[in-house]
Structures are given as structure tokens and as C-alpha cells.
Design a protein around this ligand. Structure first.
Ligand SMILES: [Zn+2]
Length: 364
């Protein structure tokens, strides 16, 4: 067999391997945030009818196409995400295999798998599971010890230390951003000098929130699905219901009063008298901090800085774009994890070129 035939066969093998791993990543993406076991049930099942899927209908890429994205048993739609994750994993496996020596290839295959799980879980649930972030950090440190060239050195011990330091740097750099954000935006708990009247008035997709003489935009308070805003009130009125001495617990899309939940889409106005506010100020979850630590453990300190830079740049561009397009829905806030993932993937393939270009700017 000549060299090109061998190359083609091996490429095909790597692609199929990637698709099969992608199929497993789909299981992780579905089960990890729900705290379901990865190993049990062993067989994949349809999310709608819970029927196990026989292996013939569970072939990566092929099955989704043949069944045209529907469950063979109950006919309900199977998300395009399943196909997309399998294809994406297959393509990345191939691209990595063609770009790096085999030891690095294996490490990057593991890393890209973690990044794909983190990205898709964060998109849907606004969290990144600890299995991915903490587990990823440990895996990254071990990988650097096993393959020191990941950290640009021949020494295993030097690689181990560099990997650990890069993980710490990743965690700290976002922690500082997080704490600085809290300082800049003021205290989280605000005790008012005197009971103060407030109004919450719907304005299309958003709402005006006025406390005393201060007017704010409702959507500015919420960055994440789990963000809570608490109002301790002497009295409150939600449309036609009146409450005395209650705490209103708001999420971006709903309010809970004495165990009763109302969807804000169905509420026109809330008024009352407030004594104390507690506002959410974490635009980033702790998951992002741990995720950047894992990226550092695998890719080193320069990648950490690059990810923060590239992620923020892309985040601002996307923010600007949604602002220009005009439709800013308060549920449409994007999680930060996928931006970090974008930075990490860009770094793997173009990091060296970027550093050369950057150094070229410094030394003309
Ligand atoms: Zn089904």
C-alpha cells in the first residue's frame, strides 16, 4: 500500500473515531447537568419516550441523517445538536491529528472533548460541570507531566509546575475581574435609609425598575439564569394582588411571593414599599473560573491571557451586534464559557502564529 492510501485510511479512521467520541460527548452533555450517571443506563435512550435506542439506530452521524432527526420509536424530534456535536468532534479530531505529533494529538483530543462538553452544557444550562472543569484541571496537569512539550520544556517537573501555575493564573485572573466588577458596581446588599416606594413596569421585552428617584433597566441586573434579586417589602402589589410585609424573589423571568410563582411575561406592574434590596452582581459563574484553570493546565499561561483577550473581544462584538440588530431579549444573555472555549480552540491552532505576529509588533 502506498503512502497516500495509508494516509487516507488513517484519516478516515480518525474521523470515525472522532464521531464515535462525539456520540459519547452527547451523552455527557445530556446527563452531566442532570446528575445522571454516564455509565447507566448503558444504552442511549430517546429523551422523549425513554425507549432505549438499538445500536443500529445509534451510529454516529449516519443514524441522525437516515432517521432525518427523528426517534424511530415515537417520531419526536432529536435535536440537531446531536449531529452537530458528532460532526464537530470528528472534524476537530482530524484537524488535530494532522497538525501535531501523536503524543500532543492524544492530549488535545482529550482537551477538545472537554471543551465541547463545557460549551454545549453552558449554552443550555448556564453552568459548566465540575467533572469538566476540576477534572479537566487535574487531567491537564497530568498530561503536562506525561507530555512536557505541551509546556515548551523537556523536563517533566518543569512542565508540572508550569501547568499548575497556569491553572492558578487562569482562576485568579477571572476572580480579580469578578471582584473588581463587584467593587465597580457597588454593594450586593443595599439597605435603604427609609422605606422607599418602588415600581416595576413592563416595557416590551424589558422593564423599568424605579426605586425612589432612581430609574434602572431591569435586564441590567441579570446575567445568568440563576441570578436572584430580592426585595424586602413592607407592602407589595403585583397587578391586582396585594401583600403585606413580604420578600419578593425575582429571577430574570419570574417572581416568587410566599411560595407562589408568577411569570413576569404575564405581569404588567409591580409596586410597593421596599426596605432592602439584594442584587445579583456575578456576571460570571464560578464555573468560568475553573474552566479557565483547566485551559491553563492544558495549554499554559500564554493561552490563559489569550483566552481572556479573545473571549472578551468576541463577547463585545456579539454584544454590539445584538445591540445593532436591536432585539435584546433579557433571556438572551450569553454565558461566558463558550467565549473562553473559542479562545482555547483558536489558541491550539493559531497560538504560535499569534505570538510570532505579536512579538513582531514589539521588535520591528
Ligand atoms: Zn422516542
Amino acid at each position: 500500500m502506498d503512502d497516500s492510501a495509508y494516509q487516507f485510511l488513517f484519516s478516515a479512521f480518525v474521523f470515525v473515531l472522532g464521531a464515535a467520541i462525539g456520540s459519547f460527548l452527547n451523552v455527557c452533555i445530556y446527563r452531566l447537568p442532570l446528575d445522571l450517571s454516564i455509565n447507566w443506563p448503558r444504552r442511549s435512550f430517546c429523551p422523549a419516550c425513554k425507549e432505549p435506542i438499538p445500536w443500529k439506530q445509534n451510529l454516529p452521524l449516519v443514524s441522525w441523517l437516515v432517521l432525518r432527526g427523528r426517534c424511530a420509536k415515537c417520531g419526536s424530534r432529536i435535536s440537531f445538536r446531536y449531529f452537530a456535536v458528532e460532526l464537530l468532534t470528528a472534524l476537530f479530531f482530524l484537524a488535530i491529528w494532522q497538525s501535531f505529533p501523536w503524543q500532543v494529538t492524544i492530549v488535545y483530543w482529550i482537551f477538545i472533548s472537554l471543551v465541547i462538553v463545557a460549551t454545549f452544557v453552558d449554552f443550555e444550562h448556564f453552568i459548566i460541570p465540575d467533572q469538566v472543569t476540576i477534572g479537566g484541571t487535574i487531567a491537564g496537569v497530568m498530561a503536562s507531566f506525561a507530555v512536557p512539550e505541551l509546556m515548551n520544556t523537556d523536563s517533566r517537573m518543569v512542565a508540572l509546575v508550569r501547568s499548575l501555575l497556569a491553572a492558578v493564573l487562569g482562576y485568579l485572573i477571572l476572580l480579580i475581574v469578578l471582584e473588581a466588577g463587584k467593587l465597580a458596581f457597588g454593594k450586593k446588599r443595599i439597605r435603604l435609609d427609609a422605606p422607599t416606594p418602588f415600581t416595576w413596569t413592563r416595557q416590551g421585552d424589558d422593564a423599568d425598575f424605579v426605586v425612589g428617584s432612581e430609574r434602572t433597566l431591569w435586564s441590567d441586573y441579570f446575567a445568568r439564569e440563576k441570578d436572584r434579586l430580592l426585595l424586602r417589602c413592607d407592602e407589595a402589589r403585583i397587578d391586582n394582588h396585594t401583600f403585606g410585609n413580604v420578600t419578593l424573589e425575582f429571577h430574570y423571568n419570574r417572581v416568587t411571593v410566599s411560595g407562589e410563582e408568577s411569570v413576569l411575561d404575564h405581569v404588567a406592574q409591580i409596586t410597593g414599599v421596599v426596605r432592602e434590596l439584594q442584587i445579583p452582581r456575578e456576571a460570571m459563574g464560578r464555573g468560568d473560573l475553573k474552566f479557565l484553570a483547566a485551559i491553563g493546565a492544558f495549554l499554559g499561561w500564554r493561552a490563559v491571557l489569550f483566552c481572556v483577550f479573545a473571549g472578551s473581544l468576541l463577547g463585545s462584538l456579539v454584544g454590539l451586534f445584538t445591540l445593532l440588530v436591536g432585539k435584546r431579549v433579557w433571556s438572551a444573555k450569553l454565558p461566558f464559557g463558550p467565549y473562553l472555549a473559542f479562545g482555547a480552540v483558536t489558541w491550539i491552532f493559531f497560538g504560535d502564529a499569534f505570538v510570532r505576529w505579536y512579538l513582531g509588533l514589539l521588535t520591528p
